[in-house]
Design a binder for this molecule. Structure first.
Ligand code: RFL
Ligand code: PHB
Length: 393
């Protein structure tokens, strides 16, 4: 079969790109290695920037996020046993974030894609990218034992960190930057009311903790664990006990516990592959870059990338001009590196590292004290947390 844009991966990046292109009248097909249910079973991000909400609106898939998402005007930083509020809304001229899970974003995008009758090949095996150094690239794969080929103008590599797209680029053409952190996040999802109506990011001598949520009745909590920790070693009770001791006394008393619906450990990594374009192949989202989740930027960066890519493709097909596509990589990377810096900084400030020690703990606490009391420092945090604006081509 033939299409204009072949999209590899039906995560948030691939699905959102598909809807944005469809709205712009650009034909696209998605090839996904897993089943739709498997993709929906992954519990990941929970915080959407305004830029992401705007892109969902542009793709006309924002109705449920608007109705059911929780607008958040602030976050709380907990250190030395006390919580301090960062007024995101007041510090950023009225901007805010929306708490709405990645699972729900993905579900809405899948439903819109199905309603529009757009083609998605799930359970695609042996996906292979060919001839993307030419203007006639091609994607081969096998589905239900049947070999298939998609001829296209462009390939969008939206297949995540372990996908085939980046791996198909000759290594010499890629510059990789990476930092692996010596800890992970043990996360629990539970049908219990959130401990606070805003997110709590906690710095403690026992390590980081995060209190987040998916709704007013469903909570998502995380505690920092060593990088080699195994999830089987954590009973629900052990998790709740560890979370409790990392909270302040009021939150400790308010914490409602219950059986976990999901429990997993995510390693923390910073990673960027440059550039994001190789002829007719464009990388977007986790396929090109990873941030540690502390800044809540992973999903938002993926959305911003495909926002840029859909605009560049629209300009290409409307004006027959490659100028925006030529600028895609640079424009994305400028924003990506700012999010990489913010996520690395916030991770460094909030976590216990093997060499933190008593001195390092004091330095973190002094920086946090400065951060919550200096309007300049609070504003810098707020501006980055709510998300930087997209630039024009
Ligand atoms: P995704 O979501 O990984 O989707 C990529 C899709 O591509 C498919 N795929 C292939 N398809 C065809 N052929 C192949 N060879 C393929 N190989 C892979 C995959 O099955 C998948 O469906 O990437 P995308 O769309 O770029 O979206 C990025 C976000 O998912 C990601 O940035 C965030 O979820 C990161 N992240 C978090 N971000 C946050 O902001 N807050 C969080 O709390 C948070 N928690 C997480 C996370 C990422 C995790 N990973 C990657 C393991 C927790 C985890 C565990
Ligand atoms: C989440 O709700 O899963 C979440 C929220 C904020 C973060 C990371 C994860 O910084």
């Amino acid at each position: 079969m033939r299409t204009q844009v072949a999209i590899i991966g039906a995560g948030p990046a691939g699905l959102l790109l598909g809807q944005l292109l469809h709205e712009a009248g650009i034909d696209n097909v998605i090839v996904e290695r897993q089943s739709a249910d498997y993709v929906l079973g992954r519990i990941r991000a929970g915080v959407l920037e305004q830029v992401t909400m705007d892109l969902l609106a542009q793709a006309r898939v924002d109705a449920r996020a608007q109705a059911e998402g929780l607008p958040h005007d602030g976050i709380e930083l907990l250190f030395q046993g006390a919580r301090h509020r960062i007024d995101l809304h007041g510090l950023t001229d009225g901007r805010r974030v929306t708490v709405y899970g990645q699972t729900e974003v993905t579900r809405d995008l899948m439903a819109a894609r199905e309603a529009a009758g757009l083609h998605t090949f799930y359970n695609a095996d042996r996906v292979a990218l060919h001839d993307f150094d030419s203007a006639q690239p091609r994607v081969d794969f096998v589905q239900d034992g049947v070999a298939r080929t998609i001829d296209c103008d462009f390939i969008a590599g939206c297949d995540g960190f372990h996908g085939v797209s980046r791996a198909s680029v000759p290594p010499a053409a890629l510059q990789l930057y990476e930092k692996v952190y010596p800890f992970g996040w043990l996360g629990v999802l539970a049908d219990v009311p959130p401990v606070s109506h805003e997110l709590i990011y906690a710095n403690t001598a026992r390590g980081f903790a995060l209190c987040s949520m998916r709704s007013t009745t469903r909570s998502r909590y995380y505690v920092q664990v060593p990088v080699d920790e195994r999830v089987e070693r954590w009973s629900d009770e052990a998790f709740w006990n560890e979370l409790r001791v990392r909270l302040d006394s009021e939150a400790r008393e308010r914490l409602v516990t219950g059986p976990s619906l999901e429990k997993s450990i995510a390693p923390l990594r910073s990673f960027v592959a440059e550039p994001l374009r190789f002829g007719s192949l464009f990388l977007a989202g986790d396929a090109a870059h990873i941030v540690p989740p502390t800044g809540a930027k992973g999903l938002n960066l993926a959305a911003a990338d495909v926002g840029y890519l859909s605009r560049a493709l629209e300009i290409f097909y409307r004006e027959r001009s490659p100028s925006a596509l030529d600028r895609y990589s640079d424009l994305c990377l400028r924003r990506v590196w700012k999010a990489e810096r913010f996520s690395w900084w916030f991770t460094s400030l909030m976590h216990r590292f093997p060499d933190t020690g008593e001195f390092g703990q004091k330095i973190q606490e002094a920086e946090l004290d400065y951060l919550v009391h200096s309007p300049a420092a609070s504003t810098a945090l707020a501006e980055n947390y709510v998300g930087l604006p997209l630039e024009d081509f």
